[in-house]
Design a protein. Structure first.
Length: 501
């Protein structure tokens, strides 16, 4: 392994080795918990190092087994993928610490920690792969690990949610595999850089557009865009909070990442059709998600529907397809991963105190636990887009991009959805924190150690939300840099193939 390979391989090797060592220590709970912390910290360090290398040295690519591209297995890190890997490390550490208090001994005994790191390895692999077939492989690694994590514990609600989750995601995988077969049949390659060149030269634009739609459906299910999102609110509220949080923060973003990647690198021949369709789907995703959230009365189901709604903002920038719009998409992904993970972590604190997620049975936490109330308020108001928090700047960037392109319908939709999001967040605030505690409910006493394991990750993510809001300019500059690399694929192709014909 050379020095140039280590930065790209490390985000895959760290979770892989952590999972293997956790398996070797299957009956040693304390060993697994300690190893989990070191593994999460190592993944964050690996992601940060990769981002630093990419920003200083440009897009990096390696060929596994020294087979030359496009014949071998390619790993590529450009600014967008490096940002996503770094965020994976951040969420992996935050949720990993929280898991020490949230995951019971029974689930740990049945392999929670190895599964957690296999999931993180799958996520990083999907962000770093430069090959469409290996993207499918990494999706399947994620699907297997996430399904077992979702069902771990065997509770009835978990099994019902897991079955819905795996059924629809297997349908997406089948669609993905069928599209891959057709794509390979007409191009003779599945290397993304090579495909970017081949697809520009083929005369069958109608067939290419049809293929693009097949991939949009496959990735749309995994990203939970309209009308393919029904599995998400049916599944994400059923497992332990730590599992819900890592799912909410990362899994749908892998689907979004795949959509952004292929519709900037591969399918750019018929932008007038494909990206206009994506823009329409963005608006519908926003509206249906936020209306679903407004109708719910269970903490995590509200948050789950808001995941759907916020996905609409992410693909809005892709539909607009300008440097500013794509920068808004990347900024929004950064903001949302942190905020949504944090909201799920806080929902777990609330549940631990009250023993329920039902809003009617909650209340009074502003008086009894003001720190928890503040930690909720920061990501909640950021999700709604209030200044000066991170969500405000992300939405402002997308709105400015829409106004520049005179796409007034999607701009109005995004603003109205922000108001409805604010309504949902104030509803949660009023029901969980502001109203009086129900007279028949006594709060559960949490030990100091468990309280810190839950509170510290939530506080850290809330601090990140504030920091992004107060230092929006460098985050925007980084997002714009990544967006420019997406729109100009020259550096990506050169890094993989050594030149652009």
């Amino acid at each position: 392994m050379t020095n140039t390979q280590i930065p790209i391989l490390a985000p895959l090797l760290v979770p892989f080795l952590t999972a293997i060592l956790a398996l070797l220590g299957w009956n040693k709970r304390r060993w697994q918990r300690l190893l989990s912390l070191f593994g999460a910290a190592g993944l964050l360090a690996a992601g940060g190092n990769l981002l630093s290398v990419v920003l200083t040295q440009g897009t990096q690519a390696i060929q596994i087994g020294n087979w030359p591209a496009p014949f071998g297995i390619t790993l590529v890190a450009d600014p967008f993928s490096a940002i996503m890997v770094t965020l994976t490390g951040m969420m992996g550490l935050a949720v990993g610490v929280y898991s020490l208090a949230d995951i019971d001994a029974g689930r740990e005994a049945y392999g929670y920690h190895p599964l957690y790191y296999i999931l993180l390895m799958g996520v990083c692999g999907a962000f770093l792969t430069g090959d469409m077939f290996n993207l499918y492989v990494w999706f399947e690694v994620m699907l297997i690990a996430s399904f077992v994590l979702l069902a771990l514990g065997g509770e009835r609600a978990q099994m019902e949610g897991a079955i819905k989750y795996v059924t629809l995601n297997l349908m997406a995988s089948a669609m993905f595999l069928a599209a891959l077969g057709i794509l390979y049949g007409i191009t003779g390659t599945l290397n993304m850089a090579d495909l970017s060149i081949q697809l520009r030269q083929l005369p069958w634009q109608g067939l290419i557009t049809a293929l693009a739609m097949m991939f949009l459906v496959a990735f749309g299910i995994k990203a939970a865009i309209f009308p393919l999102f029904s599995w998400l609110p049916a599944a994400y509220h059923t497992p332990p909070t730590a599992v819900s949080a890592i799912f909410a923060g990362l899994l749908t973003k892998v689907g979004v990442y795949a959509i952004v990647r292929i519709f900037t690198l591969l399918f750019v021949q018929d932008i007038g059709y494909t990206h206009t369709l994506i823009l329409g789907l963005a608006g519908l995703t926003m509206v249906t998600g936020v209306l679903g959230a407004a109708s719910q009365n269970e903490f995590r189901r509200i948050l789950s529907f808001h995941i759907v709604s916020q996905i609409g903002y992410m693909i809005m920038g892709l539909g607009l397809f300008s440097p500013l719009a794509l920068a808004g998409t990347i900024f929004y992904i950064v903001h949302h991963i942190i905020v949504k993970t944090n909201l799920f972590l806080i929902s777990g604190i609330v549940r631990q105190l009250h023993g329920t997620y039902q809003l009617k049975k909650l209340g009074g936490l502003y008086q009894t636990h003001p720190i928890t109330a503040v930690l909720f308020l920061i990501p909640a108001m950021s999700l709604a887009g209030l200044p000066p928090l991170s969500g405000f700047w992300a939405k402002l960037t997308l709105v400015q991009a829409g106004l520049e392109l005179e796409q007034y319908a999607i701009v109005v939709t995004s603003l109205v959805v922000s108001l409805l999001t604010l309504f949902s967040m104030t509803k949660l605030w009023a029901e969980v924190f502001w109203k009086q505690q129900p007279s028949d409910k006594a709060l559960t006493v949490i030990s100091t150690g468990e309280w810190l394991l839950r509170l510290v990750p939530a506080a850290g993510l809330a601090a990140c939300t504030l920091l992004i809001g107060l230092m929006a300019e460098p985050i925007f500059a980084l997002s714009l840099h990544a967006a420019e690399h997406l729109l100009d694929s020259t550096s990506y192709i050169e890094a993989v193939l050594g030149g652009v014909p």
